[in-house]
Write a protein that binds this ligand. Structure first.
Ligand code: SF4
Length: 285
């Protein structure tokens, strides 16, 4: 069994920055206590527990939005995650008198700003994203004039009677699936302004998998909640490889031994040491 680690892998710039911001806040004795994270800083359990050990309390509950989870925070500091936040959440945090630290990724902020600008100009927005993902949730909370598309067939349900349509997307989607969705939207609304915003870190990782040759299995090390990690698995499948998402080496089973050439990579929110641990286990299998 041959195992090759694919480049690039590991933390993207937005994730590195978010982790550093949270650590700086906890190391700074002047930061108002308690320190809360509104939702997981990034989608990785190891990182969340490392931050917990630094005294940072993560508020995360399935089926509750960040706007709702903010009700649980009455004092101290709130850190916004790398996925970005809506203006409603920002204003609510301000009105509660909380100290705000924003770890939103710059790429996410650019898209958010563009959406607000086009809304201001009277556009209807078509947003391609994953329902309930925090990045998507933050955009949708801005206006009722934003139409979520999660898959190609959703486009049939769109009924927009407006000449001005701006189309954009979540940063961590599959480049292949998103292109298909954009093409279908363009066919339905030829005058729409299409603004594909899959981030560079996501594109580079997906392209590396698409260009890889001679592998029968791609193992992606990443959290089951990590959108970009799940998309890497889908991209591997489209390049005729089986794929497997593992959170840690504990998820490796003997079934893997039936593969001869394994490509190993990780999502943008996976610590390097977790990838290395999976690699060492594979080599020893
Ligand atoms: S995956 Fe892209 S958008 Fe998300 S945090 Fe990383 S650089 Fe930012």
């Amino acid at each position: 069994m041959k195992v090759e680690i694919l480049n690039p892998h590991g933390y993207c710039a937005g994730v590195k920055r978010a982790i550093q911001i949270a650590l700086d806040a906890s190391n700074n004795t002047l930061t108002k206590r308690p320190i809360y994270l509104l939702g997981n800083l990034i989608h990785n359990k190891q990182v969340t527990s490392a931050l917990t050990s630094k005294g940072i309390i993560t508020i995360e509950e399935k089926n509750r939005t960040r706007l709702q989870m903010l009700d649980d925070i009455e004092s101290g500091t709130v850190i916004f995650s790398a996925h970005g936040i809506s203006n409603k959440v920002r204003e609510k945090a301000k009105s509660k008198g909380l100290n705000i630290i924003d770890a939103s990724c710059g790429k996410v902020l650019i898209i958010h700003k563009k959406v607000l600008e086009y809304l201001e100009k009277g556009y209807e927005i078509i947003y391609i994203g994953k329902a309930h993902h925090p990045e998507c949730e933050a955009i949708l909370e801005e206006s009722d004039h934003i139409h979520l598309i999660t898959k190609k067939s959703d486009i049939n349900l769109l009924n927009i009677n407006c000449e001005k349509i701006y189309v954009t997307n979540q940063t961590t989607l599959s480049s292949l699936e998103t292109k298909e969705i954009y093409d279908t939207i363009q066919a339905k609304y030829p005058k729409a302004y299409l603004d594909n915003n899959i981030c560079n870190a996501t594109t580079l990782r997906q392209n590396a998998i698409l260009n890889a040759k001679g592998f029968d299995l791609c193992i992606v090390v990443g959290d089951v909640m990590s959108s970009n990690s799940k998309r890497l698995c889908e991209i591997a499948n489209s390049n005729n490889m089986a794929s497997l998402l593992v959170e840690t080496s504990k998820d490796l089973t003997d079934d893997i031994k039936k593969y001869n050439n394994i490509l190993l990579t990780s999502g943008a929110s996976t610590p390097e040491e977790v990838l290395n641990d999976v690699y060492n286990h594979l080599i020893n299998m």
